[in-house]
Design a protein around this ligand. Structure first.
Ligand SMILES: [Fe+2]
Ligand SMILES: [Fe+2]
Length: 302
């Protein structure tokens, strides 16, 4: 069993304190001569029908989409956390305060990602097409059992940890400003993963075995819904890239592009969260073979 506690999480979250201007102030610019996203997430290398310059443009498009998609998911994390804090006001002061910090940080991240988008487009010189709108995605996700949603949020929080630690922390080739943005985001997400672990445990304790199994099915359904979203994003990225490089790919190359990039997006937003050891450990605590159920599906998203 995990041993996170609300007072410890609150203390840790109070130590991390940055403003949007620290990360992306008026004086900060991106270096479009460098890659933004690590290759393990972008997977542009196997697209051998693109030259180096075209692959760099795709990396930038993917980096833009990466933060846009984070913004999308944080749009439903924010109301979920606020509702969860409100459900138990006055019960535990550390818990209430920690959850409100969680919500405030996600609101700040949404704001930061919007500023990033504007700054990125100014430098990139092209508009990147993206999935949405955020409100429609949020209402589709929040229609599920809160335990399903909390599981998805837990997956997202651990996924963020994994992206930084496995792929970004030591990637010196990345644009330093974009890397710093990911670092600041990761610093706050570390506390979110612990808080959401406690939220999942509380919601699970209020449900019987059958309801917990249904909630895991709900989590998988949301995953499927998001998979449809990232498949659409891969097609949008193809359109954006063709506009940026000023040429159309032939049919075989276009098809290969969508397959490779859809799988790259699946790994980025689905597989890397579903297979995170801490996420799997929490699934294991739900009983039955709910962990095995998710583990049997995860390889399709890796
Ligand atoms: Fe965030
Ligand atoms: Fe978060």
């Amino acid at each position: 069993m995990t041993t996170y506690t609300w007072p410890e999480i609150l203390t840790a979250s109070e130590k991390v304190n940055w403003s949007i201007d620290d990360v992306l102030g008026a004086e900060h610019r991106f270096d479009f001569g460098r890659v933004f996203l690590p290759e393990s997430l972008a997977r542009t290398r196997e697209l051998d029908f693109l030259d180096e310059k075209e692959r760099l443009a795709l990396n930038h498009i993917r980096a833009h989409g990466y933060l846009h998609t984070f913004g999308l998911v944080e749009e439903f994390i924010l109301p979920f956390v606020v509702d969860h804090a409100r459900a138990d006001f006055g019960g535990d002061d550390d818990r209430t305060r920690a959850l409100l910090v969680f919500a405030e940080e996600e609101a700040k991240h949404i704001h930061l990602f919007k500023r990033f988008r504007q700054r990125f487009q100014d430098g990139f010189g092209h508009r990147c097409e993206v999935i949405g709108p955020p409100a429609a995605i949020a209402s589709a996700v929040l229609a599920h059992d809160p335990l399903s949603v909390a599981l998805l949020i837990l997956h997202i929080e651990w996924m963020t940890q994994r992206h930084w630690l496995d792929s970004v922390e030591n990637a010196q080739e990345l644009d330093p400003r974009f890397r710093s943005l990911l670092r600041h985001h990761w610093l706050e997400e570390a506390q979110h993963a612990k808080m959401d672990t406690l939220v999942v445990q509380k919601l699970a304790s209020e449900r019987g075995a059958e309801q917990r199994a249904a909630a895991v099915e709900g989590y998988l359904q949301i995953g499927q819904f998001l998979d449809g979203g990232v498949a659409q994003q891969a097609r949008f990225d193809l359109e954006t890239l063709q506009r940026v490089i000023g040429r159309r790919l032939d049919a075989a190359a276009a098809e290969r592009f969508v397959v490779v990039q859809h799988q790259a997006l699946r790994w980025t937003f689905l597989g890397s969260g579903m297979t995170h050891p801490k996420f799997r450990a929490t699934l294991g605590q739900l009983g039955g073979d709910l962990r095995g159920r998710v583990e049997s599906i995860a390889p399709a998203f890796c």
